[in-house]
Design a protein around this ligand. Sequence first.
Ligand code: SDX
Length: 430
Amino acid sequence: MSEKHATLTIEDNSYQLPIITGTDGDKAIDIRQLRNSTGFITLDSGYMNTGSCSSEITFLDGEKGILNYRGYEIDVLAENCSFVEVAYLLLMGELPTQAQLNDFRSLLSRFALIHEDMIHFFDHFPPNASPMAILSTMVNTLHNFYPEMTGDSGEELPEIAARLLSKIRTIAAFSYKKSVGHPLVYPRYDLSYCGNFLNMMFDKPVKPYVVHPQVVATLNKLLILHADHEQNCSTSTVRLVGSAGVNLYTSISAGISALWGPLHGGANQAVIEMLEAIHQDNNDFEKYIKKAKDPNDPFRLSGFGHRVYKTFDPRATIIKRACEQTLKALNVDDPLLEIAMQLEEIARSDDYFISRNLYPNVDFYSGIIYRAMGIPTNMFTVMFAMGRLPGWISHWMEMMGDTKDRRIGRPRQIYRGHKKRPFIPIHERV
Ligand code: SDX
């Protein structure tokens, strides 16, 4: 971090604010002493220009479309690793040796079951309960069953993380089985992380599920691509809730709730609903493009645009390729893929989208792959949460381990309400 300074002049006073430069050249003006020295705060709705922390986990450059986990390029990881390997990288900071990976996998197998008492919870959610509401509730409840695993002591990290990574997968699959009235399928020691999930989702007593290698490979890739994305809305939520001293499970539960939003992780479900609406509307692309461009219409093209990427989201490029490969391998002909590709082509030649740097993001094509796998639309954001979990845990651990700079997150505001005014007793109010 360099010793350069920015000069701020307010009225007749000048202030020197330190400039911080990150590993890959990202720059910040350190305003941690701004209010103490000037009496001013900054105002930045949506934190578009505000850094909440420094981190060693993920680097992304929105102008160049760069995304690296712990210094490794996302496309290299997606092509060469399993999700469990990348989860270990995010959590521990280094790619695992074969022995470390085997140990981590053993922990995932050891923690794959949830307490039988938790299974009764599923019986008391309404039939059409959202899988995201169930997931957030069940993950928060894990703290009641494992209070000793508070998550704020580094020596248990692989165990703490493995417990959550494994149980979120089981909770997700169980919630699906309960929603369709099928008997639960329990995890198996002989299957991989992704193979186990698919088997728990789709195995049936009358028709055993055959784990398809291409589907497993694609699911690994999708979970890797969702595994972290620095200070996005849900990760920032996990950090903010955790900063109050809340345990890991409850902080993650808050992150699941934030991810649910259609402007965030809920977009992968909203994309499919949008593509189906266009399909039902005789593929009237122009109508939906017009709606998306109309400032008076709240409709936005789901899966398009990004707070940080002002060029192609590198994940969307990989997912689009995986989408075409997987549908071909599964011999699935989904009309929504053709609609998505045409929508992308139209939007990318339209000045409204070009001038605002609006490109497909991670959510634009992922839902089409999940559909081809047989995963129901209302579980798409659950898939996003499963993928993002190692990132959330890593950021929570990084924040809790920062004993020097860690403090409760508490932004300031500018007040624009009434000036002080006299109280009026109720019998005098009109
Ligand atoms: C994720 O932050 C992350 O890293 C998130 C994520 C992760 O990995 O964690 O990458 C995952 O959340 C991806 C984004 C998924 N959401 C969507 O696909 C929803 C549709 N996208 C938009 O709602 C929007 O693009 C956001 C929410 C993603 C970003 O919003 P911003 O940064 O606040 O930008 P904005 O809304 O101020 O838009 C700037 C302009 C506006 O037009 P003008 O006021 O300048 O005329 O672009 C327009 C917007 O109206 N615009 C869109 C649009 N997105 C932005 N217009 C039509 N369709 C869109 N999708």
